[in-house]
Design a protein around this ligand. Sequence first.
Ligand SMILES: [Ca+2]
Length: 246
Amino acid sequence: MKLIQNNRFFKQVINIKKMNKLNLTLLMASLFFLLGNNIFAQHFQKVFSGNPYMPMNIFVDSASLDGLYLQAGDEIAVFDVDTATGAQLCVGVVVLTSEFLPSGYLAIVASADDPTTEGIQDGLIDNNAIIYRFWDTSVGEEVTLMEKTYNPGGDSVFVSLGTATVGLTAFSKLIWTGAVDTDWHNPANWNTNNTLIPDYGTHVEIPASVTTFPVVSNGNAECRTLLAKPGISVTVSGTNTLKIFQ
Ligand SMILES: [Ca+2]
């Protein structure tokens, strides 16, 4: 019993009991403020406020990141491009409250551009491409590179009052294999061996084991980071560029 009484936590409990009602209220209010604003702060912020205008429902029936299920606190957002500025606008987002298993689905409610807010694009525009981004809360990074598999019964572009069902397979990192040739833009030269090449949000690694080094010769290239092991070269030819964002 003496040990417990000397315990710091026990003393804290006693101190809280001794607090008057006002102090206790202030303490609780501070805790709620911290919880609401810092610990569970949402990353993606929608361009519209209030109720969505003529919304589109986008059902995500599967979502993986580097072969793993998304976790609680991760986010999936959809973006359209601002016609005036070219900036990407978040028109809908869902925050995961638990691990996203294959048996489940998530609904994203995306707002259309409200005509009463004239001159301000605050939602999707019909027939524009749907751009997806994940928020990976474990590392605090956005993920932009993903394969999208749409259910053929629904929409696959933005349609106000429309419905899309999509599976998303995302990658934060691609590893060069050079399996076919030297072309950076050939998806067969990357480890996922699908339709993807790095984009501005992708970490890129060129391992020491490869014998064919990448050449950016077929347009401009982008990546988030570039890790090239000693002895590796990355060639950018002609007027092409390789932009490394981080
Ligand atoms: Ca508007």
